[in-house]
Ligand binder design. Structure first.
Ligand SMILES: [Zn+2]
Length: 275
């Protein structure tokens, strides 16, 4: 069960980091009743417990109005008030007695929680009211320890996205000049890569299979030869007619000459033999 709770909590922390730009150290706004509940349950080292729960560096804050509320409660809340003094005092800007601790906390969160507060309160009514604020993580204590409420849009958040948050650069770091230059470099590299791939594709499109070219060239070369030979054959008879027999008779004549010479030789031989 503890492992499952741990996994869900880390996933929720990743969700807030990625979806709402929360960054470390997380700012935890403590309600007086939360401090009292943890003190009553002997959760004395609250910063360490919250650090272990969220797996991140945290800073704990208490508003003046919450502090005043603990002071007014008086007997039985001395230890809680003493513990509250250990944490950072957040100047809420309210005059003494101007508003309740719950109203003070609502004012700090506002409509959008622009200051990225994490709220720790035992007030169920307050948690219910502030559940309408989308990017507000809320902590509460029970006898089993501290818990982080599961955010509303969590079901759409995949484990892959949660893993990416571990590698992602926080938004405030992205705004620094060095990383801005890095972003510019990455864009330039991407642009060059995209342009180079286009050129490569064009080359591919131009050059088909070289073997295919050879075959085509042979066919092309052979075809005109036939045409030429036909042309020659057609053109040859014309001069051949004028020159009584022409070139075609040449080899035949030679053969005939050879044969004739052989015959003559044989005749001569036979004549010689006869003589
Ligand atoms: Zn206040």
């Amino acid at each position: 069960m503890r492992r499952k709770k741990h996994k869900h909590t880390r996933r929720a922390v990743g969700f807030y980091k990625l979806s709402y730009g929360f960054y470390e150290p997380f700012k935890i706004l403590l309600d007086g009743n939360f401090i009292h509940a943890t003190m009553s349950a002997s959760m004395l080292d609250l910063p360490d417990l919250i650090h272990k729960l969220l797996g991140a560096q945290c800073k704990l804050y208490v508003t003046r109005c919450a502090m005043r509320e603990l002071e007014e409660l008086g007997e039985g809340f001395e230890k809680s008030l003493e513990a509250a003094h250990k944490y950072e005092l957040h100047k809420c800007g309210h005059a003494p007695g101007q508003c309740s601790a719950a109203k003070c906390i609502k004012d700090q969160i506002g409509r959008t929680n622009a200051n990225h507060w994490w709220l720790a309160t035992q007030d169920k009514g307050l948690r219910q009211d502030l559940s309408q604020v989308a990017g507000l993580p809320m902590l509460f204590a029970s006898v089993n320890g501290l818990h982080l409420e599961e955010p509303a849009g969590m079901s759409k958040f995949t484990a892959h996205e949660a893993a990416q948050t571990q590698m992602a650069v926080p938004e405030y770091e992205r705004k620094t000049s060095a990383l801005a230059d890095l972003d510019a470099l990455r864009r330039e590299v991407k642009r060059r890569e995209s342009s180079s791939t286009v050129a490569f594709r064009r080359k591919k499109a131009k050059g088909p299979n070289p073997l295919a070219i050879r075959k085509a060239s042979k066919k092309q070369n052979q075809a005109p030869r036939k045409g030429k030979s036909q042309d020659n054959k057609q053109s040859q008879p014309q001069p051949a007619e004028g020159s009584d027999g022409g070139e075609e008779r040449g080899p035949k004549n030679r053969k005939r000459k050879r044969s004739g010479s052989k015959n003559e030789n044989s005749k001569k031989g036979s004549i010689g033999a006869q003589s």
